[in-house]
Design a protein. Structure first.
Length: 613
């Protein structure tokens, strides 16, 4: 008798679960359907239009990058409002495409540079943008820059404009390049922390902060020569763009004070006197000037314009169907880490998979590897280089195009290519290797904490709390020396140089692209487009398409990304603001995560710490 109610209970329980699940599914379908419909309606009502005679406003906030980091879509939606955000990323290819498209777009009459919130961007990327702006000017259309203040990077881009406006209360800050860092030797001694450093290379200065309280003379000499190379390119380009003498660009403290006195202490007047800018204007005066020059917009009270982000959506096209054989482009941007990494970082396995994908794609006849990396794991770097060799063995030429930097591990993955392009200001070389182990046995002993035990081996294994034996130190140093020998042997073989010649220019030293060409580390100075042309030439292709080889999102991931990208456009702008404290904590967290991710199985790193000018 008792079994019957139990069976009935199970039947009703199962029935309720089915009904409840069905109810949830139906409700969710209605809910998400409503959200999707709402987005479609909003998008239809708010779809951007380009008025005849509009200016393309390049409102660039954030950093310009070769490849965007993969971010959580919900987080991205909450942080972004219409336009850019100061900690966001702008894809270089999108920016160049928008400028080149605007040059032939009859609806676009000018470009307005709004670059006050542009964050650190390597000078090689700035030069690529400048080249695109020069092509735009060749169409006969003007470029106008407006800023409340111009830092060095912002001013470099502004110098390509026909007219530079500056707020009367603003300034132009040109201060050259510098390299300062903190050194911890005394602090580590006081804390009784032992930093065991293993390195080969006079100029491999990444570990100096743990060994010294100041910068070594070798590091000072190499850093100064490198910065002078890069600064020379900066000064030459800006002075040519503005038609001013280089002596009037980088002022000594004495000359700066004299010019400031002439301008009655007003930085903006000084900028006018020196020819750095053309006109002083408040935001209102600039608006009136642009309305007079370009006409008033149909809505609002500003001049005819379309933002970079809206213009992108206007000109965005579906991926082209390949009609011809293709040159594959693989972007290797970020630190070189092990395993699978999301877009925006280089993974030994994930980047290798992209190169492998290009190798097995019958349409792809050659590959351009775009490298923008200071290096990282030695093991992951070699994994990637092996895939470069496999491409060459499959009779698919590989051309490397170096971006802001391709140093240390970034040079390792480049060295075996058939041809290497760099820009004059690319940071490359840094052919050296190091290892670093910190132990805390003395710090713990001071607190009364000791480590003891037994081992089956004849020598003590490594432990951060126990220290490191002399035998193990010797073994690690031997691995480092072997790694360095492998590095210079690789460069010697691939670049057709004597081992002694490579050793002389290696030692961990970083070179500019211009010097790297003279030293034989690269084949030619040029940008990505020239690298694509060279790859087609090596593959003997007369007609070809280009194909970006990238990590693919699943249909579900793609839907979520696109849905939240649309949603972010309509979120209140206040959601994208963050406090100074939050930004600072974010930077600290970013640095901590970067070093935490270095997980080479052998503890060997090909990393350029000088690649941040």
């Amino acid at each position: 008798m008792s079994a019957k109610p139990s069976i009935l209970k199970r039947i009703f329980s199962t029935l309720w679960k089915v009904i409840n699940t069905t109810r949830k599914v139906i409700l969710n379908l209605f809910f998400f359907g409503f959200i999707a419909l709402l987005f479609v309606i909003l998008a239809a009502d708010e779809s951007p239009r380009v008025e005849e005679g509009s200016a393309l406003v390049l409102d660039l906030s954030g950093s310009v990058v070769e490849q965007k980091r993969q971010v959580d879509p919900i987080e991205a939606a909450m942080k972004s409002g219409k336009g850019g955000q100061s900690d966001g990323e702008i894809l270089l290819a999108d920016l160049l495409n928008a400028i080149d498209n605007a040059a032939s777009d009859k609806r676009i009459s000018a470009i307005v540079l709004d670059i006050g919130h542009l964050r650190w961007t390597g000078i090689s990327k700035l030069q690529s943008i400048g080249d695109a702006l020069t092509r735009f000017k060749a169409s006969g259309k003007p470029i106008i820059a407006m800023g409340n203040w111009y830092g060095q990077n912002q001013y470099f881009l502004a110098s390509f404009a026909d007219t530079i406006y500056l707020n009367p209360q603003g300034s132009v800050e040109i201060e050259g390049l510098s390299r300062y860092r903190q050194y911890f030797k005394s602090a580590l001694d006081k804390l009784k922390i032992k930093a065991h450093v293993f390195r080969v290379g006079t100029f491999k200065s990444a570990v100096e902060p743990f060994m010294r309280d100041d910068m070594s003379e070798a590091a000072k000499s190499a850093n100064l020569e490198l910065m002078q190379d890069i600064w020379s390119s900066f000064e030459t380009r800006v002075s040519e763009n503005r038609g001013i003498k280089q002596d009037d660009l980088m002022l000594s403290a004495e000359r700066y004070l004299a010019e400031l006195n002439k301008a009655n202490g007003r930085s903006s007047e000084m900028a006018i006197n020196l020819g750095w800018v053309d006109k002083l204007a408040s935001a209102e005066q600039f608006r009136l000037d642009m309305v007079e020059r370009l006409g008033e917009a149909r809505e609002g009270h500003s001049f005819k314009q379309i933002s970079f982000y809206d213009y992108q959506s206007v000109i965005q096209q579906f991926p082209p169907v390949l009609m011809h054989d293709a040159i594959g482009i693989v972007v290797a941007k970020g630190n070189i880490l092990n395993g699978h990494q999301a877009a925006g970082q280089i993974g030994g396995e994930s980047t290798s998979a992209l190169l492998r994908k290009a190798r097995f794609d019958d349409k792809v006849k050659a590959v351009v590897l775009r490298v923008d990396s200071p290096g990282g794991s030695a093991f992951a770097s070699e994994q990637i280089r092996q895939e470069v060799l496999a491409l060459k063995a499959a009779n698919k030429p590989v051309v490397v195009s170096m971006g802001t930097y391709a140093a240390s591990g970034g040079y390792w993955i480049s060295a075996s290519a058939d041809y290497i392009f760099a820009t004059p200001t690319t940071l490359t070389g840094s052919i050296g290797i190091f290892g670093l182990v910190t132990t805390f046995e003395d710090s713990l002993a001071k607190l009364g904490i000791h480590t003891d035990g037994v081992s089956t081996s004849g020598w003590t294994a490594f432990s951060t709390t126990q220290g490191i034996s002399d035998e193990l130190k010797e073994i690690i140093q031997r691995h480092i020396e072997r790694g360095y020998q492998d590095f210079i042997s690789l460069v010697s073989e691939e670049r057709g140089m004597k081992l002694e010649e490579v050793d002389k220019i290696a030692q961990g030293r970083v070179w500019s692209g211009k010097r790297a060409l003279e030293l034989g580390l690269v084949d030619e100075l040029g940008d990505l487009q020239q690298a694509v042309t060279k790859a087609a030439e090596l593959a003997k292709l007369e007609k070809f398409d280009t194909k970006l080889i990238e990590q693919e999102l699943s249909p579900q991931e793609q839907f979520i990304q696109e849905m939240f990208a649309q949603a972010s456009t309509y979120l209140p702008k206040s959601l994208s603001q963050s406090s100074v404290v939050e930004q600072l904590l974010g930077q600290v967290s970013s640095v901590a995560e970067e070093f935490k991710a270095f997980d080479d199985p052998n503890g060997l790193y090909l990393y350029c710490d000088s690649c941040n000018y």
